[in-house]
Write a protein that binds this ligand. Sequence first.
Ligand code: HEC
Length: 121
Amino acid sequence: MKKVIVMAFAGIAIFAACKTAKKPAETVKTEKAPDCNGTNFSYVADIKPIMEQHCTSCHGEGGADGLNFNNKSDIVKAANKGELLGTIKWHSGFPQMPPNGVQLDKASIDKIECWISNGMK
Ligand code: HEC
């Protein structure tokens, strides 16, 4: 009886191993984060102009979703929630920003990403 149980477990183990092996390769797209080493973007010189050009027309005083991107604090808040990068990188689960169908250029996105990872100064 014991032998049968052992055999049964072995069978399940082999079956499970085969199933695992047959799983298709991971198709999740990995996105390379920009190399932020040595970059020193500042809110006033780099981030504020991007916001003013692309975002504050909707996200100003009493702005869309309660976000006023004339205020650094609102930008920091959105960044800390992961929403800032999620929206500008058009990640699934986030509304695409700006919503006019034209994504920010990669240089601007990289700037924002590096500014965040360097501590949002
Ligand atoms: C044409 C108007 C418009 C512009 C321009 C715009 N947004 Fe938005 N944004 C909205 C609206 C409307 C919402 C409300 C959420 C929605 O669309 O579902 C929103 C929501 C958001 C949110 C909250 C997302 C969430 O998960 O709740 C963030 C963050 C955001 N926008 C960032 C930006 C950034 C950064 C820019 C500039 C690159 C930008 N938006 C430009 C209209 C705009």
